[in-house]
Write a protein that binds this ligand. Structure first.
Ligand code: NAD
Ligand code: UDP
Ligand code: UDP
Length: 309
């Protein structure tokens, strides 16, 4: 059985990925420093002889043997990644170099979890992979956006200089069970607020848009990208359904049956105004498209947050 290293494996997406890899029979090494991840996300795997957990920070070198590496380690919520912006940059740069060094030594294939944030506040809509982006290099989001852009650049450099087999995916807003309830992202915020009967915090007028992908669909695309031999990417993975934050709030209120009010608070600086993936390439290369509508994905997500309360 192949051994697969998952960095950030105790996080939201990482823990779902570990579940899928264990279920198909792989050996999994989960590495996490528990900055935003939680043991609760992987507790059910701890007794499994094919699952190993290492508390480790990828900013420091790591010597283990692996056939494939999924590099997901990096805080993803704006609140979390701005909490210690220098650490966020180190994770996406020094941490990326370490994981590429490991991939080079082990001759392992490495998939990098990049992001739609490489497109910044996009001037092209929807965003295809060929779009170079519109990122403020000195704004509050730059520690994340520019870090992820350097990470992509490092992957291409190791691919060209050392023939490391890299795979790049650009993930658009993904949600689902195990997203930290206090993580600060919009889906978890709105659902927790609705369930507690608190006002839903709409940033700005709420007319900015996002496209929301359910975690199960995303993990399916991620594994397909890793396991194909044709392309290093980058490939967009996301759900092209596009919603304003006001529409998302209404959907959460409808599905929770909550009578919470809406409250408007200041729009954070550099908040992208619109976002929607062009997933033509993922369709052709991976034969992939998302199956879950927003309502289909919100139902199990709401059930998860209810179970926490
Ligand atoms: P998350 O915060 O739940 O998971 C990130 C995990 O990485 C956490 O378990 C955290 O403790 C761990 N981590 C952070 N820094 C680390 C370090 N230096 N060393 C070791 N572990 C570290 O977020 P997520 O939504 O599961 O995101 C996973 C990956 O996918 C991230 O790289 C993120 O940038 C990327 N991504 C996610 C989305 C999304 O919408 N969920 C969108 C685009 C990209
Ligand atoms: N590295 C690691 N694990 C490994 C191999 C390398 O963490 O299994 C680190 C190593 O410490 C180095 C980085 O990855 O800092 C980059 O490795 P590379 O071989 O590219 O660089 P070099 O060692 O030549 O500086
Ligand atoms: N947002 C909001 N209320 C919240 C949290 C976020 O209106 O409580 C908005 C935020 O301004 C952004 C969108 O929701 O326009 C998505 O924010 P999130 O932090 O989830 O992700 P990102 O901005 O990185 O796409």
């Amino acid at each position: 059985m192949p051994t697969i290293l998952v960095t950030g494996g105790a996080g939201f997406l990482g823990s779902h990925l570990c579940d899928r890899l264990i279920a198909r029979g792989d050996d999994v090494i989960c590495v996490d420093n528990f900055f935003t991840g939680r043991k609760d996300n992987i507790r059910h795997l701890l007794g499994n002889p094919r699952f190993e957990l290492i508390r480790h920070d990828i900013v420091h070198p790591l010597f283990v043997e692996a056939d494939q590496i999924y590099n997901l380690a990096c805080p993803a919520s704006p609140v979390a990644y701005q909490y210690n912006s220098i650490k966020t940059i180190k994770t996406s740069t020094i941490g990326m170099v370490n994981m590429l060094g490991l991939a080079k030594r082990c001759r392992a294939r490495i998939l990098q979890a990049s992001t739609s944030e490489v497109y910044g506040d996009p001037e092209v809509h929807p965003q295809p992979e060929s779009y170079w982006g519109h990122v403020n290099p000195v704004g509050p989001r730059s520690c994340y956006d520019e870090g992820k852009r350097v990470a992509e650049s490092l992957c291409m450099a190791y691919h060209e200089a050392h023939r490391v087999e890299v795979r790049l995916i650009r993930i658009f807003n993904t949600y689902g069970p195990r997203m930290h309830p206090d993580d600060g992202r919009v889906v978890s915020n709105f659902i927790m607020q609705a369930l507690r009967g608190e006002p839903l915090t709409i940033f700005g007028e709420g007319l900015q848009t996002r496209s929301f992908c359910y975690c199960e669909d995303l993990i399916d695309g991620m594994i397909r990208m890793m396991d194909q031999d044709e392309s290093v990417g980058p490939v967009n993975l996301g759900n092209p359904g596009e919603f304003t934050m006001l529409e998302l709030a209404q959907e959460v209120l409808r599905l929770t049956g909550s009578h919470s009010l809406l409250t408007h608070v200041d729009l954070p600086k550099d908040d992208p105004r619109q976002r929607k993936p062009d997933i033509t390439l993922a369709g052709k290369l991976l034969n992939w498209s998302p199956r879950y509508s927003l309502a289909d994905g919100l139902v199990p997500t709401i059930a998860y947050y209810r179970s926490l309360l």
